[in-house]
Design a protein. Structure first.
Length: 120
């Protein structure tokens, strides 16, 4: 059951991060930080369906993590959910069209090795 929760957490967190990055790239950088300008930006983002989906995924991940740490050790839960970094790196490259340099690929591989060690 713990690995099912890990899969839910990793999946929801990965989708959340990709949706969030995609929405913010479409919205663009926020340049004005006056209260009125921030309020307008927040209103626009609160109406954005991609951001709303991202928040829902964040909630799913959060509650699955609460369930996981109630049944498993934190020393298992946190490293196991790091598998999301590997998937996010792949999705950043192929969905978000980001440039991923060799050092980042190596880092993702090292994380994957660490998660594999947990499964032993």
């Amino acid at each position: 059951m713990n690995w099912v929760l890990v899969a839910i957490i990793v999946g929801a967190t990965t989708v959340k991060d990709v949706l969030h990055a995609s929405a913010m790239k479409r919205h663009g950088e926020i340049h004005e930080f006056r209260p009125g300008a921030l309020a307008r930006a927040l209103r626009l983002l609160a109406k954005n369906r991609i951001i709303i989906a991202s928040v829902v995924c964040s909630g799913v991940s959060f509650f699955a993590f609460l369930r996981l740490v109630s049944t498993a050790d934190l020393s298992f839960a946190v490293p196991a959910t790091a598998a999301g970094f590997v998937i996010e790196t792949i999705l950043a490259k192929y969905i978000l069209k980001e440039r991923v340099d060799p050092a980042r690929w190596m880092g993702a591989c090292l994380v994957a090795c660490g998660v594999a060690l947990l499964s032993l």
